[in-house]
Design a protein around this ligand. Structure first.
Ligand SMILES: *Cc1c(COP(=O)(O)O)cnc(C)c1O
Length: 458
């Protein structure tokens, strides 16, 4: 029997969900151009599209909403959030933003010039797009193990320090206005980064005088993996580990919709006072006054409470355990996944699941369609639809490391029976996998095409 971690909470409010018929699902998908982003959430039974802002807030967070201060400037809720961020992240300054990509936008606007290159382990799609929008080049330098979905490296999210040194020598420091690392590494399977690796990367960036920013969306899950897997950290608290990570950096971009346990919100932190001043100017232009940054006081309040809840070890143990339970069930049903499972999602290896579909015919897209048709489940393609691109200079086509479908688990939302239903649905799809066909793109915008593209079945 697979171990399922008993939830460290009980349920106070419920939200009904329903399963519509297979025929209805088929016709709705067709109308949405076979893009699961185009479906209505009402028509989905189990929504694993993302864990971003989709989780359940706690009774304490809901209570905090009522205590929020909605003052335009200097609200009490801002100072409560500042205290939490100061404690956990430790950077000298921060600005609240409406979500993570707004923080990325501000950082990219202030630091990136055309022709610059920004290294990371793997940039997430919004970070990539924000860098490209400034005519910069996002460069992914993950360790080689990251490309092998069966390799059980404990820190598969690591950035390859040797590749980073070579990259800096080749490109030249003057063309690298900042360096990043994403924790956990979402785009390649929600894989953790070790503190040892962050220390190495930080030393390299600092040696070359390159500002080091952490994409911190799932820093608490990352810290939990460090506690579990990295020697010397067994007896540290999650907070202490997180503080040690951030002390290595010069700033961070954060989506509160992840490990700050809220439905909307984010922030940008930094140590550089000039940069903070400029960020405030950008903020006033686009997001709002620097003490609310595009959020209501209640959003700041919920994020301040959520940041602490996200660091609770009992919660993190349940969270990572629930993801592990789903992963184990899929493996037992013969479904190929990225192993070991990451912290927030299980990533199905669509290329191994549907080996007869070419990368240009989008195996991940095909599988995400089948998941909805078979069980009303929504997952998301993270493969060639999301990440393949043609280099504007060379005309060369670039593919991502893997063709994945991500089943992201919203925080504190679904039960063991829901996970079992997902496993059974995928087992049924596996029985008829040879008959599944690929897709062609009928329409796509220039950036972030997976959100709005339309497809036709082949
Ligand atoms: C979600 C996410 C972002 C962007 O955050 P939003 O709040 O969705 O704008 C950036 N990086 C990573 C790793 C993410 O998971």
């Amino acid at each position: 029997m697979r171990p399922y971690p008993p939830e460290p909470f009980r349920i106070k409010t419920v939200e009904s969900i329903r399963q519509i018929s297979r025929e209805e699902r088929e016709s709705l998908l067709k109308a949405a151009g076979y893009n699961i982003f185009g479906l209505r959430s009402e028509d989905i039974y189990i929504d694993l599209l993302t864990d971003s802002g989709t989780g359940a807030m706690s009774d304490r967070q809901w209570a905090a909403l009522m205590q929020a201060d909605e003052a335009y400037a200097g609200a009490r809720s801002y100072y409560k959030l500042a205290e939490a961020i100061g404690n956990i992240f430790g950077h000298k300054f921060f600005v609240p933003t409406h979500q993570g990509r707004a923080a990325e936008h501000i950082l990219s606007t202030l630091l990136i010039k055309p022709g610059n290159a920004i290294p990371s382990n793997t940039h997430f799609d919004t970070t990539e797009a924000n860098i490209r929008a400034r005519d910069g080049k996002p460069v992914n330098l993950a360790i080689d193990e990251a490309a092998d979905p069966t390799n059980h490296h404990p820190f598969k999210g690591n950035l390859d320090a040797e590749k980073l040194e070579v990259f800096i020598q080749e490109v030249g420091v003057e063309k690298i206005p900042l360096g990043m690392i994403t924790i956990t590494n979402n785009a390649i399977g929600g894989q953790p980064v070790s503190l040892e690796n962050m220390r190495q990367v930080s030393e390299i960036y600092r040696y070359h005088g390159i500002p080091f920013f952490i994409d911190a969306c799932r820093y608490a899950e990352n810290a939990y993996f460090i506690k579990q897997r990295e020697s010397g950290y067994e007896n540290k608290t999650i907070l202490e580990i997180a503080q040690e990570c951030f002390a290595l950096s010069d700033g961070a971009t954060m989506s509160g919709k992840k490990d700050a346990m809220v439905n909307i919100g984010g922030f940008l932190t930094m140590n550089n006072e000039d940069l903070h001043q400029q960020a405030c100017n950008e903020l006033v232009l686009r997001e709002g006054f620097p003490t609310y940054g595009g959020l209501a006081g209640r959003d700041l309040e919920a994020m301040a409470v959520g940041l602490w809840e996200g660091l609770d070890e009992a919660y993190l143990s349940y969270r990572v355990g629930q993801v592990g339970y789903l992963a184990q069930g899929l493996l037992e049903a013969g479904i190929p996944i990225v192993e070991p499972p990451g912290g927030h999602a299980v990533y199905i290896d669509a290329q191994r699941f549907l080996p007869h579909i070419q990368r240009d015919e989008f195996p991940g897209q095909a599988l995400s369609v089948e998941l909805y048709v078979e069980g009303g489940i929504r997952g998301v393609e993270l493969g060639s639809v999301s990440f393949a691109y043609t280099d504007p200079e060379t005309g060369e086509k670039h593919y991502p490391l893997m063709e994945l479908v991500r089943l992201a688990i919203p925080r504190r939302m679904y039960t063991q029976a829901h996970m079992d239903f997902v496993i059974e649905t995928l087992a049924r799809i596996a029985e008829r996998r040879e008959s599944i066909r690929g897709y062609r793109i009928a329409y796509a915008p220039r950036l972030l095409r997976h959100f709005t593209a339309k497809f036709e079945p082949l």
